[in-house]
Design a protein around this ligand. Structure first.
Ligand code: TRP
Length: 337
């Protein structure tokens, strides 16, 4: 019997790769939004270690990075009691659905993915099939949980559109099996640029460590990196075209203090770049200090972490199994019992 129910919360799914400690850019551009979304949505957050092996990984580093990425996600404020938080390889349904979906994805579609083209140019010695089918696994991640919304950066937009196309195609053939996901691009999604080349995105794989702030950097390191940030030869803290370095520092300052850009400009009007950069560094360090403390606390409690990701995997598994069973039935896989 149908029962009157409170409107069901929409489902959010997102994933992050365990490839080294996140930068301030990852944090402000992604994880901080994930934290806020927990208030209004049923959130499912995953450390996508299966995606990571499309690029060769050193096994012990992958293992360490996976645990650290998980701990960091919790340290940033993702609450395993409220959200489903787990590690991709712990839920077999991701690989299982991925295979099925790969048979509903065209070679031509995957060939058009710009990330595949970029990555295969960058890793010309290892253009493996996984690198090519990477977006199919991503579609499986999303569709397994019947996600309504998927917060991703602009660089993942094309993959998300492919997930939608696959879902629509499958639904067209078999009826409504999958929720067709929408991208979620937060209005305030601060895009944080490199401190050494402010026309480039801040990246943890930058060979110059001064180009990025790791969210676990010590206070004095953060201040030093901000002080070394490339700016311009004027002496005006103002947000305008042609001042990429200052614009970036203003965006960072605004994101970590909650002040608007005009408020920040007013605060530093008449002051030199040196004072401004130090203030940015201090504000960033103060903002990240609690995250770093919580991360260190969690890393000293491996049993607690294990409990969290085990329970997360169990909850994920229950959701995923329902979808996978439906898919298997629709396509005519003979049930084992
Ligand atoms: N491809 C994403 C990235 O590199 C990570 C990812 C994997 C993901 N599966 C996902 C993101 C599902 C959102 C939803 O950033």
């Amino acid at each position: 019997m149908e029962q009157a129910q409170a409107p069901k919360k929409k489902i959010i799914f997102s994933g992050v790769q365990p490839t080294g400690i996140m930068t301030l850019g990852n944090y402000l551009g992604a994880i901080k939004n994930w934290v806020e979304l927990q208030d209004d949505y049923h959130c499912v957050y995953c450390i996508v270690n299966q995606h990571a092996i499309t690029i060769r990984q050193e096994p012990s580093a992958l293992k360490k990075n996976t645990l650290e990425a998980y701990a960091l996600m919790l340290a940033c404020g993702i609450d395993p009691e409220r959200s489903v938080t787990f590690i991709q390889s712990h839920v077999a349904a991701h690989s299982q659905l991925s295979w099925v979906l790969s048979c509903y994805t065209q070679f031509g579609e995957l060939s058009r993915m710009t990330q595949f083209k970029d990555k295969s140019a960058k890793h010309a010695d290892n253009i493996n099939a996984g690198l090519f089918t990477y977006p199919v696994l991503m579609a499986a991640d999303i569709l397994l949980y019947q996600a309504d919304l998927v917060p991703v950066g602009i660089d993942q937009k094309q993959h998300l559109e492919l997930s939608r196309d696959i879902a629509l195609r499958f639904n067209g053939l078999y009826g409504n099996v999958f929720t067709v996901p929408d991208g979620y691009f937060p209005k305030t999604g601060a895009k944080i640029m490199s401190l050494q080349d402010p026309t480039k995105k801040m990246s943890k794989s930058d060979e110059n460590p001064n180009a990025f702030i790791s969210i676990l950097d010590a206070k004095d390191t953060i201040i030093k990196k901000c002080r070394r940030a490339i700016t311009d030869s004027e002496a005006e803290v103002a947000y305008r075209e042609g001042k990429d370095g200052i614009n970036n520092l203003l965006s960072i300052y605004s994101a970590v203090t909650g002040k608007t850009i005009p408020e920040a400009e007013a605060e530093f009007s008449g002051k030199g770049y040196g004072d401004f950069k130090t203030a940015v560094g201090e504000a960033v360090a103060d903002h990240l200090a609690p995250v770093r403390e919580e991360f260190n606390r969690l890393m000293k409690a491996p049993d607690h972490l294990k409990d969290c990701y085990r329970q997360g995997a169990e909850a994920a598994e229950r959701m995923a199994r329902r979808t996978l069973e439906k898919v298997y039935k629709k396509i005519g896989f003979l049930p084992p019992m």
